[in-house]
Design a protein around this ligand. Sequence first.
Ligand SMILES: NC(=O)c1ccc[n+]([C@@H]2O[C@H](COP(=O)([O-])OP(=O)(O)OC[C@H]3O[C@@H](n4cnc5c(N)ncnc54)[C@H](O)[C@@H]3O)[C@@H](O)[C@H]2O)c1
Length: 283
Amino acid sequence: MAADRPLEGRVAFVTGAARGQGRAHAIRLANDGADIVAIDICGPVTSSITYPPATSEELAETVREVEATGRKVLAREVDVRDLPAQQQVVADAIEQFGRLDILVVNAGILSWGRMFEMSEEQWDSVIQVNLSGAWRTVRAAVPAMIEAGNGGSIIMVSSSAGLKATPGNGHYSASKHGIVAITNALSLEVGEFGIRVNSIHPYSIDTPMVERDAMMEVFSQHPNFLHSFAPMPLHPVNHAGKKGLQEFMTPEEVSNVVAWLASDESMAISGSQIAIDRGVMKY
Ligand SMILES: NC(=O)c1ccc[n+]([C@@H]2O[C@H](COP(=O)([O-])OP(=O)(O)OC[C@H]3O[C@@H](n4cnc5c(N)ncnc54)[C@H](O)[C@@H]3O)[C@@H](O)[C@H]2O)c1
């Protein structure tokens, strides 16, 4: 195993991999030596989501960028709400690669509204994708990880909204707090198989999910909600073509943490909640 490829010989399954953070994680894990299993719905998720859906072309671009690292990739258009479809992808991955070591449970959606006003559809879709879909990914993949017998690392993508109150998206916050519960109980269930489970809690990341207009509308209607969304401290970043002080973090900044959690460098860490927030949640 080369020092610059700490994941060589391993296989990583990433959900929501067509764009945004999921794509960045797939590319980073491939750069670190892992073969990749990438799934995404590549289309509209539900009627209450107002930002553009991911596309088949975007998943194809992820495939191209992973292959450019020299690693192999198995990509499928799959909805994480569909357990049999996820189980089929896992079976195909085991047939192709022979093992599964790393799971990045990343697919998710966001919408806005006060909980006492939102529609049932808004509540149900966010819970079904972000929480129940995440469980279905775990349900599909963990038996194969145990069967392969190599241990592994599961990274559950929560949010700052999984650790604190976020008025204006309480359903999203409920789903992301639920990810913490899955993480902590699962870490105890799979520890005996050498599998670690941690949740990550990004603050604002520059992806299509973050609709500045929708957020501004919520804050202009309910200015007191702003206290729960402290501005990011400006940090100089200098990668992924971005230079200078950035108001949002980049997906690649999150991928750095995902890569560390996937690697043996984090061997002592399981059942932890890792904030990726430049410290902003301490306000
Ligand atoms: N952007 C942020 O500021 C931020 C902050 C904290 C946490 N997160 C979380 O990070 C994760 C990635 O989000 P992102 O910022 O990259 O947004 P994004 O919208 O760019 O990416 C999400 C991806 O998940 C896919 N997806 C959604 N529903 C799916 C389903 N049912 N089945 C399969 N794929 C599905 C989408 O098609 C999309 O490609 C999400 O879980 C999100 O909640 C985002």
